[in-house]
Design a protein around this ligand. Structure first.
Ligand code: NAP
Length: 476
């Protein structure tokens, strides 16, 4: 159901004086709130003034008044009923999820004439799980429940699936709270009005994750394929609690990003050859027995992104420097070794690079490792046909960071930076200025996501959607 909410506490006095005209001017039911500061509102007057404002405006055709759980005002309640308006009885916490949430919600839910509402702020995956438990405990009664902040974001988009009557959304102001979503994004990106009880849920887990382009890519594909499914970002601080959330929501598939590609492996019931060989997993889906199956599409995505720069195939025997030794680097090194390329891995934590080289080397594959510091440049001689940057240095918002400021490009190198936001990192800008051929992270991102889509849905990414996506990504 679509509704409009008027937060009268945001109005200037001259606007508040005319606020009662609103319900008669719009085609939607209107909710009235006059929210105090402790609930995130702007009303600074005393309770008597607030009550007067509610009484004056509340009888002007508003469909609902949203009143706080501690507001005891029998006179107001009676007059609202006489005016034919409904009451949403709300419980707010802008700092966390109260420990007595279930008890307080049960009190709200006892009044069958009112709609209980919970707006709290999960600060962890465990908090989100507690909020989801309250959804379940309330059963099928009409209710409004959602989590604020980035951890609560999935509950906003999934409101229709979770049985919440509506979720909150407002136009962008440039000063949004975390987890806020504007109506256009909610509808066009997440297909909010198409979400129902049976909608399949997919997503990306990471930390940070809210900047991820994966929702744009996958939701574009899911919509074009005509699937009843949605793909969400899940901010995760701790994997075990998140997987309770995933079970509770019946999540069908997950992309895995920084920093969980290695730590997610113990959660898998089955891992394919790529995960076993690379030691990192970037894609999971729920198998027929309910356990998670893992694969790694970074390797195939990275290889696909190189094809154009190398006119089809990376010549064996070439020398490559890979900067970074994290989850994504493992897929890059694995791919290059598979192509017969000699690899030097440089990493801030030298031991991690050494471990990577040991685990992926051998069987005739040539891989060396060294620390990433001022001395690295000297070691790179013979490893500069291709340079691949896989650390998060240069990623938004730290766009000026350069992982290897001492290296001077000659123009002969093919330079790939797998960071995709910004599209051209400062490292790639230096390479372009020297005349190098560059490969952007967005090319790998798209290629690996198309592989994920097929793994999730069993269908190739719709070709028509690829074109639309390139347009949307360039304007994102
Ligand atoms: P990860 O496993 O957490 O690894 C992070 C890497 O960055 C490690 O090598 C780490 O070095 C290094 N690093 C972090 N902060 C650093 C600093 N201040 N100075 C030097 N090195 C630093 O992350 P990941 O999953 O591999 O992802 C890494 C980046 O690749 C992210 O930006 C991600 O968005 C991007 N990515 C892009 C694609 C794509 O499709 N284009 C795919 C995957 C990943 P230490 O070992 O010393 O900590």
């Amino acid at each position: 159901m679509d509704l409009l909410e008027l937060s009268a506490d945001f109005l200037r006095p001259e606007e508040a004086a005319r606020a009662g005209e609103l319900p008669g001017k719009v085609d939607l039911p209107v909710i009235l709130t006059v929210r105090r500061e402790k609930e995130g509102g702007r009303f600074t007057g005393n309770e008597r003034d607030r009550m007067q404002l509610l009484l004056r405006l509340g009888l002007s055709g508003f469909a609902f008044l949203d009143l706080e759980e501690d507001l005891q005002a029998p006179e107001l309640d009676r007059r609202i009923r006489e005016a034919g308006a409904g009451v949403i009885r709300s419980l707010h916490d802008i700092h966390g999820v109260p420990s007595d949430l279930s008890r307080r919600l049960a009190v709200l839910a006892r009044n069958a004439r009112e709609i209980p509402k919970v707006a709290v702020t999960p600060c962890s995956a465990a908090d989100l799980m507690r909020l989801l438990e309250t959804f379940t405990a309330l059963g099928s009664i009409p209710k409004v429940l959602f989590g604020m902040g980035d951890y609560g974001f999935p509950t906003r988009v999934l409101a229709p699936r979770l049985g919440s009557l509506f979720c909150y959304s407002s136009p962008p102001t440039g000063n949004e709270a975390q987890g806020h979503v504007d109506p256009r994004t909610l509808d066009e990106l997440y297909g909010y009005h198409r979400i129902g009880k049976d909608t399949d849920v997919f997503g990306v887990i990471g930390n940070p994750v809210m900047h991820s382009f994966s929702p744009l890519i996958h939701n574009t594909g899911l919509l074009a394929q005509g699937l009843d499914a949605v793909y969400l970002p899940f901010l995760v601080d701790e994997l075990a609690s998140f997987f309770h959330v995933a079970d509770s929501l019946g999540v069908q598939g997950l992309s895995v990003t920084i920093p969980y590609k290695e730590s997610v492996i113990p959660m898998l019931g089955y891992k394919d050859r790529a995960v076993a060989a690379i030691g990192a997993c970037n894609t999971m889906r729920r198998g027929a027995d309910g356990r998670w199956e893992g694969t790694n599409t970074d390797a195939a995505g990275f290889l696909a992104s190189l094809v154009q720069a190398f006119h089809g195939v990376v010549p064996p025997g070439q020398g490559a420097t890979v900067i970074g030794a994290g989850g994504a680097s493992r897929a890059v090194v694995y791919t290059l070794l598979d192509q017969g390329v000699r690899v030097l891995v440089l990493n801030r934590t030298a031991l991690r690079a050494q471990k990577l080289a040991q685990e992926l080397g051998g069987r005739g594959a040539s891989v060396q490792s060294a620390p990433l510091d001022e001395s690295s440049v000297k070691l790179m001689a013979g490893f500069t046909d291709l340079i691949v940057q896989t650390t998060k240095l240069g990623m938004s918002p730290n766009e000026n960071a350069d992982p290897l400021p001492g290296y001077q490009f000659t123009g002969a190198e093919v330079v790939c930076d797998i960071v995709y936001a910004p599209d051209t990192t400062s490292f790639l800008k230096r390479a372009l200025a020297a005349g190098c051929t560059v490969v952007r992270g967005s090319q790998m991102l798209l290629a690996q996501a198309y592989e994920q889509f097929a793994f999730f849905t069993g269908s190739p990414f719709p070709p028509g959607a690829k074109e639309r996506l390139r347009e949307r990504m360039s304007s994102a």
